[in-house]
Design a protein around this ligand. Structure first.
Ligand code: C2E
Ligand code: MG
Ligand code: MG
Length: 821
């Protein structure tokens, strides 16, 4: 639009410029011709003026002469200047003597004129001259111009000749007329032989042109000036007219362009548009409207927009709509319409009333765009924003919304609300072992199973991960949530089956009450969460009510969580490796040390692994701690080995570590970096983890083996696995859990159990370490059962790294172990 107008503007500009230039040219020619004509007229006038002056002067001279000759000449006293004319010597009465003796001499007209010209020439300014081809006085001899004129007079061709010419470098108008022989002339000139009436010579006058030309130049100057002013005025008028014309033309072009544009917007617009008259009868509709509604022009023109009514809106809606248009002149909003084929669409509609100069409504213009998809998209965005995709339960945001709403309602009606916070037990393990897909299916199945345990209007939401909440409104007694919690726990007791495998899952539930345990959604949730942790701590698969003193435990847990994150991210030196010796019963040597992590918390002091490792596992920080301990263990064992001790090191790995595919790669990196001997490093994995190994984790164990590392199964006996199963794994050692060893000296069943484990392990080529040996009796029993190695306080408690070498030295020299009887 802009470019089209700019181009049109240029075009109009060029046209107006061209016409303007043509007008300027014509105007210039008119003014120029006028000036030239006026100058010419001025020249003619000057000439005429000079001619008239010349004629007047000529006539005056003529009058003098005629008067003189008609009186027979004039006698004057001869003076030196006017001596008797020698050219009239032939006249007898040329000289007279008066009676009183005065001498007089004759002066003829020519003589008189000449005298006057000579003496008073300057007074006159105009020179007069009598000339002839035949003359008395040679001074009167005609010059060539005069002679030519005289000849033309004689031929009777003309009776006057005038011409502007230069005499002595000055410009003059010369006028000459014939002089005829008359009777009065015969007296002096009769002897020259001219008959009366014959051209005897000529009389001329010369008028100097200079003063006239000066006046003329002034007049011409004024003329040029006035014409110049006039010309400029004309240019101004042309310029003004040009500008006005071009503005008008551009305005017209723009108006045309706008009309064209409006028409094309109407015809090609993407929005369906209809124009109705003031009575709402459709006058026009555009193609987009036909496309949108499926109607044709014939079906629409002359009808009313109500053909689109979908009956989704009541009469009130339309009343409002028309009220808006009449009051404000427009209405816009969402409206559900119906197409010709009966299908319904949501439209965004703009209706504008068009008024005439008097303010009367002439037309209504309605533009309609189909926003069905947008509305649907908004709806799905709303769903995404409020619902959990996986389980289709309300998500955290909607949960908070509903809970907040329920709280304000309960506050008004003085009712109780119970909030149940549910966390699946060991979900991470299932997820890690069976894969995320199965984990997702499990969550979906849990959601499906729990829904029927609840009332329809209870809000059941998934906060994320394996955390669910239930909001029970209008709780009358404490029994209500207990019933629900029991139903939930019951519903989960049935096994879950996924691709032929059975899995069990339970949940821990924390319950908080409004208004007892808090009056905000956040507070209630936090307290239910605390209660849930309590349920977990007290054996899982149960529910607990929130009790105020729980917060202490909760606070401690939060403190530890925060501290762990800071330690791992910023200060891993807070984690120390302590070492407990593993003693070989046969060689009676310390063959290795087990590295056991200790966390030196900046304010809480030394924290034992049992207190933070489960948390670190939950927070997925355990792998970084384990690798840190591995690095320390490799470094320290290298130091001991270099000092001559043939001692290995064993390091604990959490099963969670095996979730990272990079684990084997990172372990190999640490071995290389610390220059450790892989055959002297044993990795311990607890039996519980080893039971659920997937193919990925198996591969990691194989990688460890190929690096040359040794593997031990820790806490053997607690996971109820069979040794045969372990045989399929690249394991070298089993460590019998302390709980089996504790009563070995006095309990025959334990003794038998341990002895059969040792026997079976040996048959599978596995070495055996008995853990937790505190007494010599225990040691003796194990020695008699052919156990390979022992570990326990009897040998030594775990030692800080810097105490290992002194311990080793003392131990060697002492050699006073009580068992060594
Ligand atoms: P564990 O691997 O079975 O380690 C043996 C535990 O038994 C150690 O407890 C040790 O101090 C204790 N113990 C050894 N001898 C005796 C005894 O004669 N009597 C008694 N009552 N206890 C004895 P600790 O150091 O508290 O470690 C507990 C558990 O924490 C370890 O059990 C291991 O599973 C885990 N752990 C320790 N360090 C690490 C680590 O760096 N990474 C991982 N993932 N877990 C670790
Ligand atoms: Mg261990
Ligand atoms: Mg153990």
């Amino acid at each position: 639009m802009h470019e089209a107008i700019a181009a049109r503007r240029q075009e109009i500009g060029r046209l107006v410029m061209r016409v303007g230039l043509a007008l300027v040219a014509v105007w210039t020619v008119i003014v120029g011709v006028s000036l030239a004509w006026n100058i010419h007229r001025q020249r003619d006038l000057t000439f005429e003026l000079v001619l008239n002056t010349a004629r007047a002067s000529f006539n005056k001279d003529l009058a003098y002469r005629l008067w003189a000759s008609s009186h027979g000449g004039v006698y004057v006293e001869p003076t030196e200047k006017t001596p008797p004319s020698p050219w009239m010597a032939h006249l007898p009465d040329r000289d007279l003597t008066t009676t009183d003796g005065r001498k007089l001499t004759l002066m003829n007209p020519a003589y008189m004129v000449r005298e006057m010209m000579q003496d008073f020439g300057t007074l006159y300014g105009i020179k007069g001259r009598i000339v002839g081809i035949v003359y008395l006085n040679p001074n009167n001899k005609a010059d060539p111009w005069e002679e030519a004129a005289i000849k033309r007079f004689s031929a009777m061709a003309v009776d006057e000749v005038q011409e502007e010419s230069t005499i002595d470098g000055l410009s003059y108008l010369r006028l000459i007329r014939p002089m005829f022989m008359e009777q009065s002339c015969q007296k002096c000139h009769g002897h020259l032989g001219f008959a009366n009436g014959e051209v005897r010579g000529a009389v001329g006058v010369s008028v100097p042109m200079a003063p006239y030309r000066e006046a003329e130049t002034r007049a011409v100057g004024a003329m040029v000036l006035s014409h110049g002013v006039f010309w400029l005025l004309g240019l101004g008028v042309i310029g003004g007219l040009g500008r006005r014309t071009s503005t008008r033309l551009i305005e017209k072009a723009m108006a045309e362009e706008e009309t064209r544009l409006a028409a094309s917007v109407f015809a090609n617009g993407l929005e369906g548009t209809i124009i109705t008259n003031a009575d709402g009868v459709i006058l026009r509709a555009n193609p987009a409207f036909f496309r949108l509604t499926g109607f044709t022009s014939e079906e629409v023109i002359g009808r009313r927009p109500s053909i689109l009514r979908s009956h989704h809106h009541d009469d009130d809606f339309y009343r409002h709509l028309w009220h808006g248009i009449k009051e404000d002149g427009y209405w816009q909003g969402e409206i559900t319409n119906r197409r010709k084929d009966g299908s319904v669409f949501v439209a965004w509609e703009n209706i504008v009333a068009v008024r005439d100069g008097q303010g009367k409504i002439r037309y209504y213009i309605a533009s309609i765009s189909d926003i069905t998809e947008k509305v649907q998209a908004q709806e799905s965005i709303r769903r995404l924003a409020h619902y959990d995709l996986l389980t289709e339960l309300p998500n955290r945001a909607l949960f908070f919304d509903r809970l907040t709403h329920a709280l304000s309602h309960a506050a008004r009606s003085q009712k109780q609300i119970a909030l149940l916070f549910l966390d699946l037990d060991g979900f991470k393990k299932v997820n890690d072992a069976l894969g995320h897909r199965i984990g997702d299916e499990l969550l979906q199945e849990v959601a499906r199973r729990l829904r029927p345990c609840l009332r329809l209007d209870d809000t059941f939401a998934r906060l994320g991960g394996d955390e669910f909440t239930v909001v029970l409104e209008s709780v009358t007694e404490r029994q209500d949530p207990i019933l629900i919690a029991e139903r939930i726990l019951q519903a989960l007791t049935q096994p879950f089956k996924f691709s032929g495998r059975e899995t069990f899952i339970s949940a821990s539930i924390g319950i908080s009450f409004y208004p007892e345990d808090g009056d905000s959604a956040e507070e209630l949730l936090q307290h239910a969460d605390t209660a849930m942790y309590q349920a977990k701590a007290q054996g899982k698969n149960c529910f607990r009510f929130y009790a105020a003193e729980m917060t202490r435990t909760e606070r401690k847990r939060m403190e530890l969580e925060h501290g762990l994150r800071v330690a791992v991210d910023q200060d891993p030196d807070q984690f120390q490796a302590w070492y407990q010796p593993i003693f070989c019963l046969k060689s009676r040597q310390v063959i290795a040390f087990e590295a056991l992590v200790r966390w030196l918390h900046p304010t809480l002091g030394l924290i034992s692994p049992a207190d933070f490792i489960p948390l670190a596992e939950d927070m997925r920080l355990i792998d970084r701690i384990d690798l840190h301990v591995l690095r320390l263990a490799c470094q320290n064992s290298r130091t001991w080995q270099k000092l001559g001790y043939d001692i290995g090191v064993t390091v604990n790995l959490s099963g969670v570590d095996l979730q990272s595919r990079k684990l084997a790669f990172e372990v190999a990196g640490i071995l290389q970096e610390t220059d450790a001997i892989p055959g002297k490093v044993t990795l311990e994995l607890t039996e519980g983890f080893v039971l659920d190994l997937g193919p990925e984790q198996r591969r990691i164990l194989d990688d460890f083996k190929s690096i040359g590392l040794k593997l031990a199964i820790d806490d053997f006996g607690t996971g109820y696995s069979s040794l045969r199963y372990l045989k399929q794994l690249p394991v070298n050692t089993v460590k019998i859990d302390r709980s089996f060893v504790r009563d070995i000296a006095c309990d025959n069943r334990d003794k038998l159990l341990v002895s059969s484990i040792i026997g079976l392990a040996h048959s599978l080529n596995l070495s055996v370490v008995a853990e937790g040996i505190e007494t010599v009796d225990q040691l003796d029993t194990l020695a008699s059962q052919d156990c390979d190695h022992i570990q326990g306080y009897l040998i030594s408690k775990p030692l800080p790294a810097d105490r290992v070498l002194p311990w080793l030295a003392a131990y060697r020299t002492e050699e006073a172990i009580t068992w060594h009887k």
